[in-house]
Design a protein around this ligand. Structure first.
Ligand SMILES: NC(=O)c1ccc[n+]([C@@H]2O[C@H](COP(=O)([O-])OP(=O)(O)OC[C@H]3O[C@@H](n4cnc5c(N)ncnc54)[C@H](OP(=O)(O)O)[C@@H]3O)[C@@H](O)[C@H]2O)c1
Length: 188
């Protein structure tokens, strides 16, 4: 679901092209970590945000520019952006409109775009609710198998620890995804 959401935002709605400037907030999260790698497939220029502890991860995933949002305002670095992907919302979304160039786009997956801000900056906006798509999952699987996309898994927990995993996810500071293990894989 995280990869599909990133795919549907960047490829289906954003239609990103080589060389376009893409700002990905929460680049170390479930959606963001896939989004950075998916944006690099057509060779977009990726600017990504996360806290200090995740700066190395942003670079490893392929971000051209990594911004530590705890130390610097992203709008001081990102300008004339073609597309912003917002999995954070609130203040992060509110400050994103101003970094997009005319005709560009803000896609949020957690909120709604402010129509007044969109008009003021002459940009477009979209709120995405991702949907199942087997063909797109097949494309993503091929990219994973080819080593072009690496899922980031920060923890593997037994299913009995589902509540612990849920509490961690609710912090909105999880690196990539948490895997819940239902059983050991059968030995072949
Ligand atoms: N609309 C849809 O279809 C759809 C689909 C999937 C998910 N979602 C939603 O999208 C949101 C994101 O999900 P997610 O799985 O990517 O994980 P998440 O757990 O919400 O995001 C975690 C990442 O965001 C970073 N982060 C937190 N605050 C930030 C800030 N102010 N600026 C920049 N980065 C920040 C964290 O990095 P640090 O720890 O370094 O701060 C962390 O790595 C969730 O609310 C989820 O429910 C929506």
């Amino acid at each position: 679901m995280a990869a599909l959401t990133a795919w549907q935002a960047l490829i289906d709605i954003g239609k990103i092209q080589a060389g376009q400037k893409v700002l990905i907030h929460g680049g170390s999260g479930g959606v963001g970590s896939f989004a950075i790698q998916i944006a690099k497939v057509p060779d977009a220029h990726v600017i990504a945000t996360a806290s200090t502890a995740n700066q190395d991860l942003l670079k490893q995933l392929g971000a051209d520019v990594a911004i530590d949002y705890t130390k610097q305002k992203f709008e001081e670095i990102a300008h004339d952006v073609d597309l912003v992907l917002d999995p954070v919302g609130r203040d992060t979304l509110a400050r994103s409109y101003g970094v997009v160039k005319k005709g560009g786009m803000v896609i949020t997956i957690v909120s709604r775009c402010d129509e007044t801000e969109l008009k003021k900056h002459e940009i477009r906006g979209a709120s995405l609710s991702s949907h199942p798509n087997a063909a797109e999952l097949t494309e993503i699987t091929k990219l994973i198998e080819a080593g072009k996309i690496k899922p980031v898994v920060s923890q593997v927990l037994p299913l009995t620890d589902a509540a612990r995993a849920d509490a961690q996810a609710a912090t909105h500071h999880t690196r990539g995804k948490i895997v819940l293990k239902i059983a050991d894989e059968p030995k072949s």
